[in-house]
Design a protein around this ligand. Sequence first.
Ligand code: EPZ
Length: 418
Amino acid sequence: MEKFVINGGTPLFGEVNISGAKNAAVAIIPAAILIEDECIIENVPDIKDVRIILDMLCSMGAKVEKIDANTVKIDATSLDTYIVGKEKASKMRASYYMLGALCSRFKKAVVPPPGGCNFGIRPIDQHIKGFEALNCKTEIKHGNIELDASDIKGGQVYFDVVSVGATINIMLAAVKAPGVTIMENAAKEPHIVDVANFLNSMGANIKGAGTDVIKITGVEKLHGGVYGVIPDQIEAGSYMFAAAATRGDVTIKNVIPKHLDAITSKFVEMGVDVEEGDDYVRVNAKGALNKINVKTLPYPGFPTDLQPPMVALLTTVSGTSIVTESVWDSRFQYVSELEKMGAKITVNGQVAVVEGGKSLTGADVCATDLRAGAGMIIAALSANGKSSICNIHHIDRGYENIEQKLISLGAKIIRTDD
Ligand code: EPZ
């Protein structure tokens, strides 16, 4: 089993390039099956979750060709099944996008329950509510979600919960459904806009993505084309936290600074200097920082996926900071790992109270999920001494070349195989 060994206590300096957004790519790739033509997708991150979803398309008959590490050509004309295999679906959360995509393509889908990070119950009732609003029938049979969209037509859905997955899934289903679909209380994350831009560039008619009301007018056919995925907001944020936690000075390049506003504003409150350019942010964290309180929220609020990196940073800040998780039920499992490094954190339900300021010390810890893994790396980079982080397969799901990028910033990190 591979692990990272990190010798911490060294501030990070330099420049780092951000890859394409994982959560956009894992939706855009299934969206490509709506197109019976060739499409080229650029700035695709070379990460495990992307490889899994590409492999899933291949196994269902699509032609997938890697043009280079970050460019992929997909021609789904030859895709010949609406059934997704159990083993493939269970490897990642985004396999649920095959419901919307196959429903659009074949008016039928059989998809096993998705896998992905475990932070409590991850229901899909809002996806089902959306499909039913589009006149689709859904049923759980033999452990699979079966979707019959033979009478699909545009409809109106009000989501009870703001859900990234449900918003994208219903967008995929509605693109070629006759009539008009309106989604209210839709999610507004940058990757929602990116999926809509991808589909529009291939001939769809989606308006309002990025607001909480999205209107989709069904079209008969999509055409092929070339599209570039947006930069990864969460990867960029993770490097911002690594820079701040080590009291370094790092320029994070190839980003959309607007997507990072929630992080930048918290950094300013903490006394971290953030300089914004057209496509970069520079994070310069010298000396003592201020404690803060933060609550995770759907976009444009502070992202839940950066909650573990935020907690790791707050362990380095004197005083009591309070972190409230309002998106997921159970996203503080990793705290016991941070405690092995000497962190003082009390978790009560959705709230973590961080008593920070005493240096962490290196320890043997585990990545309990993808973003918790990023939090562990950030904590280990700031800690005195050597840490080892196990279960890094979680981290490989979502961060491209993470150790090379960190090494280029001066981090002492190696990947070893036990
Ligand atoms: C997406 O998950 C991301 N995954 C997650 O990132 C991210 O944490 C999450 O959005 C929130 O931003 C992908 O994009 C692949 P949701 P998703 O549906 O779509 C409740 C990462 O590390 N809910 O927006 O599964 C749900 O329980 C991953 O990159 C319902 O109640 O999240 C949660 O409390 C981890 N019913 C909230 O909504 C539903 O039908 C948000 O979930 C759907 C969701």
